[in-house]
Design a binder for this molecule. Sequence first.
Ligand code: PLP
Length: 394
Amino acid sequence: NRKLATRTESLTPSTTLAITAKAKAMKKDGIDVIGLGAGEPDFNTPENIIEAAYKSMEEGKTKYTPSGGLPELKQAIINKMQRDHGLTYSPSEVIVGVGAKHVLYTLFQVILDPGDEVVIPIPYWVSYPEQVKLAGGKPVFIEGTVDTDFKVSAQQLRSAITDRTKAFILNSPSNPSGMIYTEEELKELASVCKEADIWIISDEIYEKLLYGGATHTSVAQLSGDAKERTIVINGVSKSHSMTGWRIGYACGDERVIKPMTDLASHSTSNPATPSQYAAIEAYEGPQDAVEMMRKDFGERLEAVYPLLAEVPGFRLLKPQGAFYLLPDVTEAVRKTGFGNTDEFAKALLEEANVAVIPGSGFGAPDTIRLSYATELGLFKEAVRRIREFVEKRW
Ligand code: PLP
């Protein structure tokens, strides 16, 4: 019989990709849409990285590699973890996969039994709950709001933990809020995880995109215990503008990395070989492009933050990292007569031709997410349109 698997029933497409696709389709129809939905840097991959991939292919390095990644790439990642965080990992504690997204997918598959719980702070990256559910697990949410800087407390985490809790997900700097946990906050959260003896999954994909003097500490750096229970997730997508190359990795306990590697050997095999050579250059080559992109995003943030903060009915924190703004638009939605933020975002796209991501996909339905990985002039024009849209209906 041709009935689909039950697990497909609750599966929803990524809201980020859905809005971006709709905006692209409108553009194709000749409509002047400004897309602020993008979850990727708008720079090309640095030239030295492209050249390294090209050279590897010319040298015939186009075959399978070990499923968990090339030894040379694992070593480059080990060097990076030492350099950036003072953390020592061995090759058996590292797996390279097809983007951080798929590495996370594989991780949930190996740590969760049906009914196991994972505590996820709101607002969250869209794929965490879906991936937990696909592994048979149950997402348990704790909520950060604009009033708590979109962060959660140790107390909230403690209250959410049950005897089925397996892991807590940390994403700092956060997509979508751009907020960063301080070392003190991380220590408190890590101590709750130690009490409950659960895994910490630390998604650090935005660690290089920091503004206004903000710094990033990996929770794994805090103590021997924190290192042992943390699986660090990272990759080259955001730091080196390499979203399409699909290279991400996890560093952590060999007990987890080994089954992840075995699972990869039956699902993806290795991530694309030329991409792995590119990633070696990303980590071992010059880092000036990383800093150039960070500075550029920082300048854009300075330019656009005040403009967006002035839109009536928008409550906005100044992000410390990543490249997103997450205004709470409760008042704007109410005053413009919409029933909810999804309808507000839909009308914004159809009438003002600005594509933003409604926060319902992040568990924060009072917010919208705008990406400033967008050309500055376009972003300014988008904010002008948003403002006009709101004021017209106010
Ligand atoms: N984690 C977060 C918080 C993200 O925003 C993204 C990308 O949007 C990823 C992970 C996945 O990155 P990739 O699969 O490109 O390595």
